[in-house]
Design a protein around this ligand. Sequence first.
Ligand SMILES: [Fe+2]
Ligand SMILES: [Fe+2]
Length: 253
Amino acid sequence: MLLNSKYLNEKKISDLIHDDYQYAKVLNSFGIDFYKHYDENLIDLCDSKGISSGKVLGYRNSLHESNLLANEYLKSSPVNLVIEFLKDNHNYFIKNKLPYLQNLINNLNENKYETNFSKDLKFIFPIFFEDFVEHIYEEENDFFNYIYELFNASQGRINPSSLLVMMKKHSIKKILDDHINEDSEMAGIRGITRNYSYKNIKDLHLKVIFQELKEFDEELTVHSYIENDILFPKAFELEKKASKILENIAFHN
Ligand SMILES: [Fe+2]
Ligand SMILES: [Fe+2]
């Protein structure tokens, strides 16, 4: 471990990130733009910024814990917990992941090898970001609220008239169908980057962007899986239950 830290500390920033793009994000978290320090080594850079390189290396090691456990746990969790998990995910995308990507793209210089990529990304990414925020806004302020109402009804906390109004307006089956059929919002970016094929990209800054976009696309696939295969099926069952509850109330009145 010590030997490994010594080796990493002495590596040039460009080599460090060439071998492991996650260091770009780690440095960014410490307020350092990696693309301004290609020729410095990690320890000198950290010294000049007054931060401990041990902390930087430690933070890198803490990234990426497996999500598989989370999925298994969510399958057997009540719907309110699944919604809270998804909202946390939304928050991470909007406040962390996407601003980091947007900042990387904004600061991308046009280089002599890959001019088109940088122009296209600068054009398409803000449009994608806006659409994505809208998608999340609709989920949180409309669909998730509806599912919460169904969940509350199943727990005996019911306001029949407001539930009836909401059930007339929504259908989980339709929400799910639309969600599945919606063109992946990442399709445009996937096209521009030729499926994130970064192997032949010469510019390190652009290469980090491709790798980050690929990682984000994978995270989004897991996120959609949780919505389509865990949340909406649970909500569908709750909707059937809520219909029966309303029928019963109508029958007894
Ligand atoms: Fe979502
Ligand atoms: Fe979604």
